[in-house]
Write a protein of this length. Structure first.
Length: 714
């Protein structure tokens, strides 16, 4: 507000400005312009000149104005002693005047200063006094600014509901007087308040509006503030690509301003590093995390240093630098235990260390870390305990102890449920469903996946939605619900792309390709698999490369390009030797055996089946056992070994029926039909074929139509 407007409000009139008043207004406006142009020394000269002039004229109100501007400028520069002295002098002058509005303005300035210093109780007292004095005057500008600052206090005190009430009142005032200077500030705080009460969409909307307003009115400091705030929210929502764009814009703005809060800068660096790491861009992530670590140490901020070390561990883990990652996690844990005392973050870092050990195949060290995390988690950190229990379940699952895994996961699920954490519940139910499926079949998993799907109505995290839909799509494919499955595949891929999650995109493209291959559209499957493998190679994800190369071989097998299939299986098996889990090699060997069988290479196929089956039995991988036994039955039937064929196919069919694995059951029935026909029992052979035809048809497998033609012509 200019000097003339302030004078008008004080006197209640709008007198013609004198030469002295014109000069004072020029000094205020020029000083404000110098501040906007990042020329603090020049701004201070102009304000001091104005203060000297008002003192020589005995103009008390003018002195208060210039003292307020000087105090605000010193606050921006971190010169807190000079700021406090100027603002207290203005407060003394305003109090002597007996004018409520002038005193309210001085209290507002003191409240804003105290808020910057982090003294929230004192800031609240100043601002509440200012609001009480300003309301009777009807001054929309002072009332609006006071409401905005007071709302900021309540936001910092984790009381967003009350802040929202204050800000909604402030919006009305700002709009009434068309105060463009305040508009972006109020809209930004309103956005933060809506985020605080859980209305993320409205919060993001108001923050975006605040950014636009600050750009329109060249308020670079406001644009920086709200760009960082919106970037933080997008980061939390896992919209990582969009978050990074805003962080990069904020970095440009910070350089223009020439100064940024050290805490804000550290926070930005850490989040950018974490975002790049989640996106698989670990080399870029390393640069940001190292810069954050360097800044944390330079400012002697142990909490930030511990956070940076934990992030560094994750990045080094992504780069497959095991020793460096372990050292970073250990250093973070030590800091959280000593200088940066934080039980919750120490628990998280201990879990991350356990994850690292688990990925390296050091299962006992991983379990020890997870147990340590459970023992050290405070009673106020149920999510920490739940996350550690979840990781123990994952370790047990990889060991083949599915019952133990489900037990730990169920205990974790109860803790997440007590904390109303629908996001983690939905994710964990997918793990539990997969274990129930492996133990007892598809139907046993259905309740877990259905519950996870129902929880999505309470989940705002798009990443979790994509994960659940991707898992449920696979289940629905096996149940023959192909229209629903296809819709879920497509949405889950779209979510991964929107979030910039390249690994999730590669994984889901591969799953979608498998869907096409299983439903007789192998050429379409090949297209999607080639896209998936290209991404997996960019990420250097050896597991995905191996599995997807195997699946590509399966697709080529379906189109009868056996030479291409054999070459791809060889590539997949070469990678499998470097993977810590033995199950993949057994799967790939069994699939290659299928291709050999299709070419009449029965002995070579049988040799692979005999290598794969013991491993699958050891790991209780029932799906692979069923497939391999059905193929052994087919090979034995080709060799005329009817008893061996029937025994293998019968075991496969019985296990598949119990497990709800329709495809495996149908494949086994085809073999049993062949055995029955070889024994001259055509009636039994046709009965097996009819049952297989029904199962294939449910799954939309082209074998269903082929068998229908065969049976129709029989």
């Amino acid at each position: 507000m200019g000097l003339r407007e302030i004078l008008s409000k004080i006197t209640g009139t709008a007198p013609k400005m004198s030469l002295q008043e014109t000069e004072l207004q020029r000094l205020v406006q020029s000083g404000d312009e110098a501040r906007r142009n990042r020329e603090p020394d020049h701004a201070l000269e102009l304000y001091q000149e104005g203060l000297t002039l008002t003192k020589s004229q005995g103009y008390i109100q003018g002195q208060e104005i210039f003292l307020g501007q000087i105090g605000a400028l010193h606050t921006e520069q971190g010169h807190y002693d000079q700021a406090e002295a100027a603002l207290n002098e203005a407060m003394t002058l305003a109090s002597q005047s007996g004018d409520g509005l002038r005193k309210a303005r001085a209290l507002l300035n003191l409240g804003a200063y105290t808020l910057t210093r982090g003294d929230l109780p004192q800031a609240q007292r100043y601002l509440e006094q200012a609001l009480e004095l300003a309301r009777p005057t009807g001054d929309a500008t002072v009332i609006g600014l006071t409401l905005g600052n007071l709302a900021d206090v309540f936001l910092k005190q984790d009381n967003p509901s009350y802040a929202l009430r204050l800000l909604n009142e402030a919006v009305i005032l700002v709009q009434a007087v068309q105060n463009t200077d305040q508009a972006s500030y109020i809209m930004g705080r309103l956005g933060q308040a809506y985020l605080g009460v859980g209305e993320a969409e409205r919060g993001r909307k108001f923050l975006a509006q605040a950014i636009r307003l600050s750009q329109q009115h060249h308020q670079t400091d406001q644009e920086l503030l709200w760009s960082n705030a919106l970037a933080d929210q997008l980061y939390q929502d896992n919209q990582l690509t969009e978050a990074l764009k805003l962080y990069q814009r904020a970095d440009v703005l910070a350089k223009q301003i020439g100064k940024q809060s050290p805490d804000l800068a550290l926070h930005s660096l850490l989040n950018q590093g974490s975002a790049y790491q989640k996106l698989g861009e670990n080399t870029l992530a390393l640069d940001f995390v190292n810069r954050a670590l360097e800044q944390a140490r330079a400012t002697e901020n142990p909490t930030a240093e511990a956070m940076a070390l934990a992030s560094l561990g994750n990045v080094q883990r992504g780069l497959n630098h095991f020793d460096e990652a372990a050292a970073a996690f250990h250093a973070a844990i030590d800091l959280y235990s000593t200088k940066a005392k934080n039980d919750t973050e120490r628990t998280n870092a201990t879990i991350m260390l356990g994850n690292l050990y688990q990925e390296q195949g050091e299962t006992q060290k991983a379990l020890d870390s997870f147990e340590q995390a459970i023992n050290e988690a405070s009673e106020n950190d149920p999510n920490g305990r739940a996350n550690a229990l979840r990781r123990i379940g994952t370790a047990l699952h990889k060991q083949g102890n599915l019952v133990g895994a489900i037990e730990k996961w169920t205990e974790a699920l109860t803790l997440f449920e007590q904390n109303n954490d629908s996001t983690q519940m939905a994710r964990l139910l997918c793990d539990i469903g997969a274990a129930h499926r492996a133990l007892s079949g598809i139907n046993a998993a259905l309740p877990d996946y259905e519950r996870a799907t129902m929880l999505l109505s309470n989940v705002r995290d798009p990443g979790t939605r994509g994960l659940v839909l991707s898992n449920v799509a696979i289940l629905y494919t096996d149940l023959g619900e192909i229209e629903t499955a296809q819709s879920f595949y497509q949405e889950s891929i779209q979510v991964a792309r929107q979030l910039g999650h390249r690994r999730a995109e590669a994984l889901r493209l591969g799953n979608y390709a498998w869907f096409f291959t299983m439903t007789g559209q192998a050429n379409q499957g090949i297209k999607f698999l080639e896209d998936a493998i290209a991404i997996s190679r960019q990420l250097d994800d050896q597991l995905l490369i191996a599995v997807q190369t195997n699946n590509l071989a399966l697709a080529y097998n379906e189109v009868k390009d056996y030479r291409a299939a054999e070459s791809l299986y060889a590539q997949a098996l070469a990678v499998a030797d470097s993977l810590p889990e033995k199950r993949w090699k057994a799967i790939f060997q069994s699939n290659l055996g299928k291709t050999y069988l299709a070419q009449g290479k029965v002995d070579e196929a049988m040799a692979l089946f005999e290598q794969a089956l013991p491993i699958s039995r050891e790991l209780n991988d029932q799906e692979t056992i069923v497939r391999t036994q059905a193929r052994i039955g087919e090979a034995s039937l080709t060799q005329g070994k009817l008893d061996e064929a029937e025994a293998a196919a019968h075991e496969a069919e019985t296990m598949a029926r119990k497990w709800g694995y329709r495809k495996g059951q149908a494949d086994a029935l085809i073999v049993r039909s062949g055995v029955a026909r070889a024994h001259g029992d055509n009636e039994l052979a046709d009965r097996y074929l009819r049952e297989a035809q029904k199962l294939y048809s449910i799954l939309h497998d082209p074998m269903g139509a082929q068998l229908a033609r065969t049976l129709g012509s029989a």
